[in-house]
Design a protein around this ligand. Structure first.
Ligand code: SF4
Ligand code: SF4
Length: 390
């Protein structure tokens, strides 16, 4: 195997995501979903071409978000996640299976988070339904069966089964995946990975705890990420529909359950970093530390769209927020602080996008659940945003 070409990214060799409801695929979370028109899920022509391009120094257009970020002097997704390296199978375009298989069960979700989209939230889709022409030809039962066949056939080669939604725990297929893993119970176990908003009734929360307990009992591990983008009112603002008290009750139940397990795997606090919560990160890490939630490591995850919510929309105007982050004590989470700064500092050197800033102003002014002024009352550290939007 030769040295890594400049365009190398190991995602297309390692990860495969299929949205069985809409009939889409993608090899990494940064690429927009593509229409799925081939039942050979992990070796269809477009994916093979992507692999060929990435290892031949060709900037495949599917990866334009990474190339654009790099051209602007920002750290791209592949660089941030250290994926700009050779995979051990990089010389092959045809592979038997990904190591991370993500199955996305359409988009049913009980929330309408600001930085989400109709791809991932049925509540966003309600106001902007999909046209049939936007969906792939392999979808529904056919895509689901193909995904489950890949999972069962390649279980020994798959390391992580990632379930995605919408809110995956609320989807009936979550239980199916759990049962399948428990039935197969391969030697050494697998990793069941998912993010969850934990906004459940007590009944669903009990079922959820029973299911993950069974997963652990079958010899598997968990990689679970709980979404916290703001504490209390800030979280309710960013995640429309969320009741913080319900979420918090479930978070404490989960914390207590995980604390009793010998080795459950990994738990993270998924913080969707965006222009509205950059100055609130200190509150989130302080909440984790003061509520015995330190088993949840802050997880690096940034919002790539809508563009008005990205850090880069504000460019150099985020300088006051970057200074606030520098001045905040992140306690045991210093590496997370370093990570955020490594992303935000280059952004503070580029020009702002005035169109995106105007869109944000309009957006904040037209929210039904908080007025423009109420937003700044809930996020007092964001006064710099009000100034920039004047
Ligand atoms: S180069 Fe970027 S967009 Fe392309 S697969 Fe890698 S992380 Fe994804
Ligand atoms: S909980 Fe997750 S899937 Fe649901 S709207 Fe929020 S970000 Fe999207």
């Amino acid at each position: 195997m030769s040295d890594a070409p400049k365009t190398m990214c190991s995602f297309p060799w390692e990860m495969y995501s299929v949205d069985v409801g809409f009939g889409w695929w993608r090899p990494c979370p940064r690429i927009d979903f593509q229409k799925l028109n081939d039942l050979d899920l992990f070796n269809h022509d477009r994916l093979k071409l992507l692999r060929k391009n990435l290892r031949s120094n060709v900037q495949d257009e599917l990866c334009n978000k990474c190339w654009d970020d790099e051209k602007r002097g920002l750290r791209s997704y592949r660089q941030v996640l250290n994926q700009d390296r050779l995979n051990e199978f990089a010389d092959s375009t045809e592979l038997s299976s990904p190591t991370i298989l993500e199955i996305k069960f359409q988009n049913y979700c009980n929330l309408k988070c600001m930085f989400c989209s109709r791809n991932c939230s049925s509540q966003w889709e309600a106001s902007e339904p999909f046209e049939a022409s936007e969906l792939g030809s392999i979808k529904g039962e056919m895509a689901k069966q193909a995904s489950y066949e890949l999972l069962e056939r390649e279980i020994d080669n798959i390391r992580t089964i990632q379930v995605f939604g919408g809110e995956p725990v609320l989807h009936p297929e979550f239980s199916h995946v759990v049962k399948t893993l428990n039935r197969l119970a391969p030697e050494g176990g697998k990793e069941l990975s998912f993010s969850t908003n934990l906004f459940f009734s007590p009944k669903i929360m009990s079922r959820f705890i029973e299911e993950i307990e069974e997963v652990l009992r079958s010899g598997h591990k968990l990689y679970l990420r709980v979404s916290i983008d703001g504490v209390g009112q800030q979280g309710e603002y960013l995640r429309e529909g969320l009741k913080w008290s319900v979420f918090e009750r479930n978070l404490f139940i989960l914390r207590d359950f995980l604390a009793k397990q010998k080795d459950f795997g990994r738990a993270k606090c998924n913080i969707a970093l965006n222009i509205l919560n950059l100055t609130s990160l200190g509150d989130i890490v302080s909440y984790l530390q003061s509520h015995e939630l330190t088993l949840f490591q802050p997880h690096y995850n940034y919002v790539g769209k809508p563009s008005m919510l990205t850090l880069s929309s504000f460019g150099e105007k985020i300088a006051p927020a970057v200074q606030q982050v520098r001045d905040t004590d992140f306690g045991i989470y210093q590496s997370y602080k370093d990570h955020v700064l490594s992303l935000a500092e280059p952004v503070a050197r580029i020009a702002p996008n005035t169109d995106s800033m105007e869109k944000l102003k309009l957006f904040l002014s037209t929210q039904a659940h908080f007025t423009y002024n109420e937003f700044f009352e809930a996020f007092p550290n964001n006064e710099y945003i009000r100034e920039a939007l004047r």
